[in-house]
Design a protein around this ligand. Structure first.
Ligand code: SF4
Length: 336
């Protein structure tokens, strides 16, 4: 009797990892897809197509397991062995980090190998031949990391050598063109294939600037701290305190959720305008400054004054403020 071959697949929800998972599953392998989550990774359940884990479970016919990256990933962002990409994205180290977690699961749960959707030469930094080799080496998966979409361009892996996987059924995709992947998706009958997974928020210039500043003033960052970086306009108050001003009605509600973490929460009094949070500062001058930012983004005419209600420890009091000048905005804003 032949035994069941079992593999873990690194599944981002993008086209390449979908194809890699499907190709290996179609070879009769029992596949468990690992989907890593972090506050800076847009979850597939909230992606543009609203395709969540349940959707992929159904379509792929494999178990999809969500795994949290965990706070230890902050050290990887701070000091990656292979450096950052264009912004704060440590892609090579990130892949190593995730594959090490997969390697542990492989060992403890007796899987035969791990699959990724990597394509040789598709990304300039993380998918070069030497980088693919380094990722494999540091992942501790030596010989048990199979890249089905470009396997024929790489040395045979242990599952291929042991005859668990027929190398002839694998592919030789390389380069940046998506055409071979789309053709494969069509051949496999995958209607409406997803696009590439794209980069996480660490690849976003403004998000990276906000996060870099936070990393320079805080040792630990909570999930809520990461989330706050995606909301509102951010300003630097004397190097340590932060002012966040909402950009629209929806963000007014979102910022309300962070009220408990703020030293001051400011609401407009009797006029429609943004709300503001002050974090890590009890300086009264910053409250007045925040009120002036609110007046500016509430589109109050220069010279006119509005009333703002700062709330601290449940004690509201009213202050008047006129709009802040552009020069101060440029000097204090964290993102460009
Ligand atoms: S884009 Fe983000 S999630 Fe993807 S490999 Fe790079 S750092 Fe990791």
């Amino acid at each position: 009797m032949t035994r069941t071959v079992r593999a873990l697949s690194m599944f981002s929800g993008g086209l390449d990892s979908l194809l890699a998972t499907r190709v290996i599953k179609d070879l009769g392998v029992e596949v468990v897809a690992l989907h890593f989550t972090a506050p800076f990774i847009r979850p597939i359940s909230r992606g543009a197509s609203e395709r969540g884990v349940e959707y992929w479970r159904r379509v792929l016919g494999v178990t999809v397991r969500e795994i949290k990256m965990g706070p230890e990933f902050i050290d990887v962002i701070r000091a990656p062995m292979y450096g950052h990409g264009k912004n704060l994205n440590p892609c090579v180290d990130c892949k190593i980090f995730m594959l090490r977690k997969a390697a542990t699961i492989m060992e403890t749960e007796r899987f035969d190998f791990v699959v990724t959707g990597e394509v040789l030469g598709q990304r300039p930094m993380s998918q070069r031949r030497d980088t693919l080799a380094a990722i494999e080496k540091h992942s501790t998966l030596r010989g048990r990391l199979l890249r089905p979409l470009c396997a024929k361009l790489l040395a045979p892996t242990i599952p291929e050598e042991e005859g668990l996987i027929d190398r002839e059924k694998l592919f030789d995709f390389s380069g940046r063109s998506r055409a071979p992947q789309l053709a494969l998706a069509a051949a496999l009958g995958i209607a409406d294939p997803p696009g590439s997974a794209g980069g996480c928020l660490l690849t976003d210039k403004n998000y990276a600037k906000r996060l870099a500043r936070l990393l320079s003033i805080q040792t630990e960052i909570t999930d809520a701290g990461f989330e706050l970086l995606t909301i509102g306009r951010h300003f630097d108050l004397d190097g340590h305190g932060t002012l966040v001003v909402s950009r629209n009605e929806n963000e007014n509600h979102l910022l309300e959720r962070f009220r408990g973490a703020a030293t001051f929460f400011l609401e407009p009094q009797d006029w429609p305008g943004p709300v503001a949070l002050i974090l890590h500062s009890e300086n009264p001058a910053h409250v007045t400054l925040a009120a002036r930012f609110m007046a500016r983004y509430g589109k109050i005419k220069p010279g006119k004054t509005v009333s703002v209600q700062p709330i601290v420890a449940g004690e509201p009091f009213a202050i008047g403020a006129e709009p802040i000048d552009e020069e101060t905005i440029l000097r204090l804003r964290i993102n460009s």
